[in-house]
Write a protein that binds this ligand. Structure first.
Ligand code: ATP
Ligand code: MG
Length: 391
């Protein structure tokens, strides 16, 4: 049987050149993701992407799973193809949807015809196929208003297709169709979710992690790698930039008034991220900040953090409740890893009484004793890169 997957594109508002780029990016993302599970033919016709196995080695079930996590897709359906002939369509529907027809109490047929040369209208075709199916499956009643099963027929350019209900895709835009950004990835619950949300808008992401060995353990870094790896299902393969942060934190401990620790630390993160962004052609910095959640996430604190960068700081979680964030973390399967109890650098030198509504001038004065440029250069020189892929 001619088994095929039909992928319907998202963001239908896109037009013209944008749409072409979007389709091309999505096809290349799909090809890359399916590479490991067999040989597939992927092509686009009339705003639908077709995924066909080239031979029996192509795992169509696995392809369905993978496609559900690729951004830029609104729906996915597995279909069977046949020649564009009404009786061939009936024969295929009887065979391909046999189980579904036997299990459903009621059904209807819905046809779409993009090949206007086909000799029947959509309504005529639905009626014809519906009649034949009703005869072949006498225990399944026709119900055009509220059917349990809808049999879909699409008469398109190359063939006719028969399928049952589509499953929803991940939505959003194809990763890489909308530029590159850095994402600050800690081991917490929030930043994997913020990474996922910006990837959904079509942005390719470079994770950056600040690592304070030995104040934070190797396990804390392993946890970040595991989180990044889980995110590759949605974000594609990535290279984590691991920035040594120990010396900066030690200098801070010795030379900065304690109540400003967190603010000064976050300003270093932003300065270093900005430099990494420049080197990698990235045009924004993504964080998992959430208004009011902790002392460093007041508006004044964020102003002092963002004052050291010219790049837009994207904070997709800014107005969400923790419960909403956790729901997404569970959906993308990062939650259980995020709650493993390893320290993050933010928790190493936490002030007992952090400044929550700082003036920028106070924060600048608090860090004045540090060799800021020297510490930034030193951290950049010590960066290690870890590639993460789907396996
Ligand atoms: P998360 O759950 O993502 O750790 P959080 O609620 O603990 O967030 P903070 O610790 O204030 O909040 O961190 C705010 C944001 O700063 C994080 O969401 C993340 O984007 C970034 N960040 C914090 N620590 C690190 C780190 N060690 N490496 C990289 N980015 C970090
Ligand atoms: Mg954190």
């Amino acid at each position: 049987m001619n088994d095929i997957i039909l992928v319907k594109l998202g963001e239908l508002v896109l037009k013209g050149l944008n749409r072409r780029r979007f389709e091309q990016k999505l096809q290349s993302n799909i090809r890359r993701r399916l590479e490991k599970i067999g040989e597939f033919k992927v092509y686009c016709l009339q705003s639908t992407i077709y995924v066909e196995g080239k031979d029996d080695s192509a795992d169509m079930d696995a392809a369905m799973e993978i496609l559900q996590k690729i951004f830029g897709i609104v729906s996915i359906v597995r279909a069977a193809a046949c020649e564009k002939d009404k009786d061939a369509i009936v024969a295929l529907a009887k065979e391909y949807l046999r189980e579904d027809m036997l299990n459903a109490k009621s059904f209807k047929v819905e046809s779409k015809r993009s090949d206007k040369a086909f000799p029947m209208t959509s309504i005529q075709l639905s009626q014809y196929v519906g009649g034949e199916l009703a005869e072949a499956f006498p225990d399944t009643a026709v119900d055009v208003h509220n059917p349990e099963l809808t049999v879909h027929i699409e008469v398109r350019d190359l063939a006719a297709y028969v399928h049952a209900a589509p499953v929803p895709g991940a939505g959003g835009m194809p990763v890489g169709s909308n530029g590159v950004a850095l994402t600050l990835l800690s081991g917490g619950i929030d930043s994997p979710v913020s990474t996922y949300m910006i990837a959904k808008r079509g942005v390719r992401l470079i994770p950056v992690h600040f690592f304070s060995f030995p104040y934070t353990s190797q396990q804390a870094l392993d946890k970040v790698v595991e989180l990044a790896q889980k995110l590759t299902d949605y974000c594609g393969r990535m290279t984590i930039e691991v920035v040594p942060f120990t010396h900066i934190q030690e200098e801070m401990r010795d030379k900065v008034p304690e109540e400003y620790f967190t603010l000064v630390m976050r300003r270093f993160m932003m300065r270093i991220a900005t430099r990494i962004a420049e080197a990698n052609g990235a045009s924004a910095i993504v964080t998992g900040e959430n208004l009011g959640q902790v002392a460093s996430q007041t508006m004044e604190a964020m102003a002092s953090t963002q004052a050291v960068t010219d790049l837009p700081v994207l904070q997709p979680l800014i107005g969400m409740d923790k419960e909403e964030i956790i729901t997404i973390a569970r959906k993308i399967d990062t939650f259980d890893t995020s709650i493993l109890p390893y320290e993050d650098c933010c928790t190493v030198f936490t002030p007992r009484h952090p400044r929550t509504h700082p003036k920028l001038s106070e924060v600048e004065a608090a860090e004045a004793a540090l060799d800021i440029e020297g510490l930034v250069e030193e951290a950049l020189a010590g960066i290690e890169r870890i590639r993460v892929d789907h396996d």
